[in-house]
Write a protein that binds this ligand. Structure first.
Ligand code: SF4
Length: 212
């Protein structure tokens, strides 16, 4: 029997899908991680070139492992031997068939918020790769766009910052101080409110808590 949380996510997931479709995104709701990976592999044709930014959600799903194991050309920056090679690859991703990313915040009316340090994650969402696949746990969904921005800034970013060694106020306190530190990871904030060309950005919403 479904738990109250699963039922709650399912109901909000259906609202999200409807609102994303109204904005010309493609959108799917998957109740479990396993269903989400299956859906992602269905959406991405074999032989595609695929890049991604840092996405804990997709790592937790095992999606990258599945792509490496399949018939895909994975543009995986973590397999680069030098910083120069990594930089070159991140530029090559602009020409990829697919770019995969998570989301820092989603509003129930179908908008997405992402914050980025260098821009290598938000730039390909805006333009470049033929298709963008966003995979996000329902824990990312908030009631309003303002709440989604707040979530991205005060939850996702300070939590994400714990992974990096350059000190910022949030790394020390766990709370955003709206800093201007050299190592600030909140340099670009992107709101994606509509999709053109239609269907370029595809969402898989997962009925579980994933990512940061
Ligand atoms: S303290 Fe700085 S790096 Fe940390 S979340 Fe706030 S703006 Fe971002």
């Amino acid at each position: 029997m479904a738990t109250p949380k699963e039922l709650y996510y399912e109901k909000r997931g259906q609202i999200m899908v409807k609102n994303l479709l109204s904005r010309h995104f493609e959108a799917y709701y998957c109740a479990t991680k396993e269903e989400a990976v299956k859906k992602a592999l269905e959406l991405i044709p074999e032989g595609s070139s695929i890049g991604w930014g840092g996405t804990l959600t997709c790592t937790q799903l095992g999606l990258m492992d599945a792509l490496h194991a399949g018939n895909y050309n994975c543009l995986d920056r973590d397999q680069c031997a030098t910083p120069e090679e990594r930089e070159k690859l991140q530029r090559e991703i602009f020409f990829a068939d697919y770019f995969i990313t998570g989301a820092n915040g989603l509003s129930l009316d179908g908008q997405m918020v992402n914050i980025d340090g260098t821009g290598n994650r938000v730039a390909p969402i805006v333009y470049g790769p033929q298709n963008v696949l966003v995979v996000a746990g329902m824990n990312k969904v908030t009631d309003s766009l303002e709440d989604a921005v707040r979530r991205a800034r005060t939850v996702a970013a300070p939590m994400n910052k714990q992974r990096f060694p350059i000190q910022t106020p949030c790394e020390v306190t766990g709370t955003c101080a709206d800093c201007k530190s050299e190592g600030c990871i909140c340099n670009q904030m992107l709101i994606t409110r509509h999709c053109r060309p239609a269907g370029r950005i595809k969402f898989i919403l997962v009925g579980e808590d994933l990512g940061m």
